[in-house]
Ligand binder design. Structure first.
Ligand code: ZN
Length: 428
């Protein structure tokens, strides 16, 4: 990275401050100072940094101070393997199949190295917490899990990584996967994943959901499933997940990802199941960057967008997060762990353009995933919150979103973990 544009002093465990910054959604209010002590925010307010020695202050220059992003849906085991894979038809099934050979050849060190590279690029762009799905199946066994857990340990000084046991190849259609899922939950995964729509029949889909919740109950774990990632509006495992969430009393502990089929479903079903998600406290993670290129492959003329009903879910009070999902893998050739880019693409996809809608796009990469992680008052730019922060040169979120510049500074647990300086010269 380029050298920082000014010296910064942030003693590891001392008290320091960033002064003259604006906060998201409060652009009209005067600039404030944010004081950090140890790993936590101590104070936020005008002149709050007055007692902090000048050498321990970062000059925010009227820029925007945001809480660090949370990428709550990414697949760190698969990142950066695109170049090893055979070209395929671009569909979900094509992508899953294309990875099989690579997955057979994974070793722990290879997964660890690739996952670490994307954790690092995520931190550089303002993300300090990542929740990774990790394939658990009879092809790769627990190698992807071991590799991602090793990368998480390698990066524990700059980011927090949660790991989801994810049965990418199904559970009933991949005999042995159920046992591996249980082993993964005993071996460091803390969230139960799933992919019910991948099973061969409705009965098997229902059984898949039931098995995942059995495992979650056994480990007192949250559930975070891939749900209905298809253009086929008749696929309805989301309703099964809603029903199982309520039957098990798992309200507030369930997240569903992708949910593309909801866009193709009839409005009557959609209204009913969206209300069910709101009632059951289910969070939806849309992954527009990936699904824009993965879905709608068979359409001509008006090509479907491949994302779920983002605005309708938001309007119904269902929390909606946005995730990176994929970085240069069989599903998606782009990506760099940059949630500012993800928020921008997602805003285009979901028609989020008014001031409040743009703030909803910010919430989708900050406070909504923070609720999924149940961080409560430990998250945000407020006294008592853990000091996971990012400073931007632009002074408002709409400007940060529009300009797409990386944060100049990123802090994790109160420690400066990344700096970026962008130099531009117009020569005329
Ligand atoms: Zn995914």
């Amino acid at each position: 990275m380029a050298a920082p544009d000014r010296p910064v002093a942030t003693p590891a465990q001392g008290t320091w401050a960033v002064q003259d910054v604006r906060l998201a959604g409060q652009e009209a209010a005067p600039a404030v100072d944010v004081v950090v002590a140890g790993d936590s925010v101590l104070a936020v307010g005008r002149g709050a940094a007055a007692d902090v020695p000048a050498a321990d202050r970062v000059d925010g220059r009227g820029g925007l101070l945001l809480p660090a992003y949370i990428d709550t849906h990414v697949h760190l085991d698969k990142v950066l393997i695109r170049d090893q894979l055979a070209e395929h038809d671009g569909t979900l099934a094509g992508a899953i199949g294309s990875i099989h050979a690579a997955k057979r050849g994974y070793d722990v060190e290879d997964v660890r190295r690739r996952a670490r590279a994307v954790i690092e690029s995520s931190v550089l762009t303002g993300t300090t917490r990542l929740r990774s799905h990790v394939d658990v199946d009879t092809i790769g066994g627990l190698v992807p899990l071991e590799g991602v857990l090793a990368a998480a340990r390698d990066c524990a000084d700059i980011a927090d990584v949660q790991v989801i046991a994810f049965p990418q190849e199904g559970i009933l259609r991949d005999p042995g996967a159920a046992d591996l899922m249980a082993e993964a939950m005993r071996s460091g995964a803390t969230v139960v994943g799933g992919m019910p729509h991948w099973e061969g029949s409705e009965d098997d889909q229902r059984e898949h959901v039931r098995l995942c919740f059995d495992l979650a109950v056994a480990h007192d774990a949250d559930v975070d499933m891939h749900v209905d990632e298809t253009d086929d509006g008749s696929v309805r495992t989301l309703a099964m997940v809603v029903a199982e969430t309520e039957r098990r009393g798992w309200q507030g502990r369930v997240t569903v990802g992708h949910v593309c089929a909801l866009a193709a479903a009839d409005d009557e079903y959609a209204d009913e199941v969206v209300a069910g998600c709101a009632r059951a406290g289910i969070t939806v993670v849309a992954n527009p960057v990936t699904n824009l290129v993965l879905q709608g492959r068979g359409d001509r003329g008006l090509v479907r967008r491949g994302t779920t009903r983002i605005r309708e879910l938001m309007a119904a009070g269902v929390p909606v997060a946005f995730g990176q999902d994929c970085v240069q893998d069989g599903f998606y050739p782009f990506g760099r762990g940059d949630l500012l880019e993800v928020a921008m693409v997602s805003a285009h996809t979901a028609h989020l353009t008014t001031h409040d809608e743009q703030l909803a796009a910010l919430a989708a990469v900050t406070t909504v995933p923070a609720d999924v992680w149940r961080l409560g008052p430990a998250y945000g730019v407020a006294p008592g919150a853990r000091a996971d922060l990012q400073l931007h040169a632009a002074g408002t979120w709409p400007e940060v979103l529009r300009l797409q510049d990386p944060p100049t500074h990123v802090w994790s647990r109160g420690r400066l973990v990344a700096r970026t300086a962008v130099t531009r010269e117009l020569l005329r």
